[in-house]
Design a protein around this ligand. Structure first.
Ligand SMILES: [Zn+2]
Ligand SMILES: [Zn+2]
Length: 257
């Protein structure tokens, strides 16, 4: 599986963009960043977008994508997620007031530009060439991470979360097929209170989460969603975590698992 990092930060400053990950050529995981890091031709190849939750830093590139794929001669681009996330996007963002409702605008093949595909928690579904399972995590609004598989390789994507259980247990069940974990870490340890209130991880709490996977799988750990103002401090604290193969996600990089 190939994962290209379009954006990976928990806030925006010049050159640092918010969460968006491209799987292969046609699937996105979260949509904080699309057009800032993906050429028009590549945007037009997108077919499925998995959303973890409707916070703006995970969906805000969707409206502009809609306006860039009007000439697609293809079926609708599917926005995939829990009902709560899709309803929020429909009601508050692409509602015909803040932005056009792209499920009512046709592309050049006559299909709606976007369609919404609600999925249930804890059930495997096939989306394009990927096997997907949405698993609820613990944030300030209903949020889910994903297990995503291609062939025999699986990755776990945490979404925004603080300490949580189900996704770690589901990841552990995959055993050695679990090759990578993309997990958020937003705040340094000294802001543990704020992290807990806002539903995010600190390096210390991350370490406790990673131990829940057990020692059989040994996946690579990729850290994203660091708040730019705390980046140095968080990175310093992450370096102290021992016993895991830990990488700070680099924007623009493509990782193969
Ligand atoms: Zn969030
Ligand atoms: Zn976020």
């Amino acid at each position: 599986m190939k994962i290209k990092v379009l954006g990976c930060y928990g806030g925006e400053v010049p050159g640092k963009y918010i969460s968006g990950f491209l799987l292969g050529e046609d699937t996105l995981v979260d949509a904080g960043t699309i057009g800032l890091n993906l050429e028009l031709k590549a945007q037009r190849k997108l077919r499925n977008i998995l959303i973890s939750h409707p916070h703006l830093d995970h969906i805000c590139a969707l409206p502009f994508l809609g306006g860039n794929v009007l000439s697609n001669k293809s079926e609708s681009l599917k926005i995939v997620g829990a009902k709560f996330s899709l309803e929020a996007i429909k009601k508050y963002i692409m509602n015909g007031t803040v932005w056009p409702d792209f499920t009512k605008i046709k592309n050049q093949a006559g299909a709606p530009v976007f369609s919404y595909m609600p999925i249930s928690y804890l059930k495997w579904v096939t989306i394009g060439k990927y096997k997907i399972k949405a698993i609820p995590v613990n944030h300030t609004v209903p949020t889910n991470g994903y297990l995503i598989g291609e062939g025999d390789s699986y990755m776990l994507y945490s979404g925004d979360t603080k300490t949580t259980e189900a996704i770690w247990q589901e990841g552990k069940k995959l055993g050695t097929k679990l090759k990578a974990i993309f997990v958020e870490t937003s705040f340094p340890n000294e802001r543990a209170d704020l992290a807990d209130k806002t539903g995010h991880l600190t390096p210390a709490v991350l370490e406790a989460q990673l131990k829940k996977i057990g020692d059989k799988a040994k996946p690579k750990i990729f850290i994203y969603h660091i708040k730019p103002e705390y980046q140095q401090q968080v990175e310093k604290e992450l370096k102290k975590i021992k016993g895991f193969d830990l990488t700070l996600v680099k924007q623009g990089n493509t990782y193969t698992i």
